[in-house]
Design a protein around this ligand. Structure first.
Ligand code: HEM
Length: 406
């Protein structure tokens, strides 16, 4: 029986990443592309295997712009589920395709290219040092609140040219939004985020600098971008860059604390880069890619995807596909093992524009953490860490540690 004919199963509400791994392993074994219902949400096609994920992410009939879907008003069953940041406001890189997408994406290049990202090292070092100094005051810490969240928050603020004092407000709004379960109505959350983006635009008009928002304002003034595109891009950058990197830093630090033998890899630049890459594979910091909308019939695995259908790629599932990765449930650094390329940053036209920056943040912050606190240990079993699991994003709620300073 093909996956299309089997009864549609509702995904459980997972409490932790390990919980999700167990369900996803079963789904991946069953089919490359599974018909599932999201909790309280629509039926979707969930891609669980690596080869099919790459095909889906490059498929011309699986697009990002919901307005081009055959039934735009009926997306998500006619309601605004799942409160997905990337669909419901503005025009930005994650809800456009083709030339529009290329135009919007190009604006990031001067700020996030591999070359440009080298210029962020000093700020990442300085923000990390500040976080570690503050943690040094006590015997214990929560790595999410005191390390993993503030570092990308400050780096994103620097990228945008937003004053540091704005960072925590925007971060809280973005976190609430990206959780998929906003504390107020979706419209109120979007409104607050857009208002804060528009405030920043107004401020930057009066005080231009050489950072991203000022650059976007120039594009708007030249008639190349609408104001709404500028505001939506500010919000997308915050959502794209902060929670994702926070999860890499927080979950990554938890994994290293749990397997202290990994710590020595942090001392060597190349080994550290390999460790960060394997952490990204093992525990990808986003749960799903953002939405794809089918605009024509697509055969993928055994699934017959129809126009109007919704498609998500499960990154934890594809990153542990045993067809591509030997012993996928452990961190593995064996050069003789079969290791494909993980998809934690996506693939194809929408490949993460911030990948180099995220890697830099991890390569600076994780070694600094364990240099400062070499006997850092988890104060909870890794499997007991609670996770906030939204539709696209997922974050450990907290990562409690003992610092045991030497
Ligand atoms: C560990 C950290 C990060 C992870 C795991 C991550 C993951 C991803 C993934 C999976 C995609 C593809 C989404 C899709 O195809 O539907 C993506 C795209 C994107 N990411 Fe990241 N990201 C990270 C950090 C960042 C940072 C630091 C920024 C910006 C400062 C950023 C901005 C973006 C943007 C703007 C896109 C859309 C690109 C496009 O559509 O052309 N991300 N990211």
């Amino acid at each position: 029986m093909s996956s299309a004919e089997s009864a549609v199963e509702t995904l459980p509400v997972w409490a932790s990443a390990d919980d999700a791994d167990r369900t996803l392993a079963l789904l991946r074994e069953r089919a490359a592309v599974c018909r599932v219902r999201l909790p309280d949400g629509p039926e979707i096609w969930l891609v669980t295997r690596h080869a099919e994920a790459k095909r889906a992410l490059n498929h011309p009939e699986l697009i990002k712009d919901p307005r081009r879907s055959p039934n735009p008003a009926g997306i998500f069953g006619g309601r605004r589920y799942p409160d997905d940041a990337t669909v419901v406001f503005g025009r930005h890189v994650l809800n456009t395709d083709g030339p529009d997408h290329q135009r919007l994406r190009a604006a990031y290049r001067p700020f996030l290219s591999a070359q440009a990202v080298k210029g962020y090292r000093r700020i990442v070092e300085s923000v990390t040092a500040d976080c570690l100094d503050r943690m040094s005051g006590g015997p214990a810490a929560d790595l999410m609140a005191q390390f993993a969240e503030p570092i990308p928050a400050h780096v994103t603020a620097h990228l945008l040219g937003v004053p540091a004092e704005e960072v925590s407000t925007i971060n809280a709004l973005a976190t609430d939004f990206a959780s998929g379960r906003p504390s107020t109505t979706l419209a109120a959350t979007i409104g607050a985020l857009m208002d804060s983006a528009l405030d920043q635009i107004d401020h930057k008009r009066a005080h231009p600098d050489d950072r991203l928002i000022s650059h976007l304002i120039q594009l708007h003034q030249r008639g190349e971008w609408t104001l709404q595109e500028v505001a939506a891009t500010i919000v997308t950058t915050i959502i794209g860059g902060m929670n994702t990197t926070a999860t890499l830093l927080g979950a990554g630090a938890a994994t290293i604390a749990d397997q202290p033998a990994l710590q020595r890899m942090l001392d060597d630049e190349r080994e550290c880069a390999a460790l960060v890459d394997e952490l990204l594979r093992y525990r990808p910091p986003t749960l799903h890619t953002t939405w794809r909308f089918a605009v024509g019939p697509v055969e993928l695995g055994e699934a017959n995807i129809e126009p109007g259908d919704l498609v998500l790629i499960s990154l934890p599932a594809v990153n542990r596909d045993e067809r591509v990765f030997d012993r996928p449930d452990s961190l593995l650094f064996d050069e003789n093992a079969t290791r494909g390329t993980h998809l934690a940053f996506g693939y194809g036209a929408h490949y993460c524009v911030g990948a180099a920056l995220a890697r830099l943040e991890a390569a600076v912050a994780l070694p600094a953490l364990f240099r400062r606190f070499p006997r850092l240990s988890l104060a909870a079993e890794p499997a007991e860490l609670a996770w906030n699991i939204g539709v696209i994003a997922w974050n450990p709620v907290s990562v409690p540690v003992r610092l045991e300073q030497v």
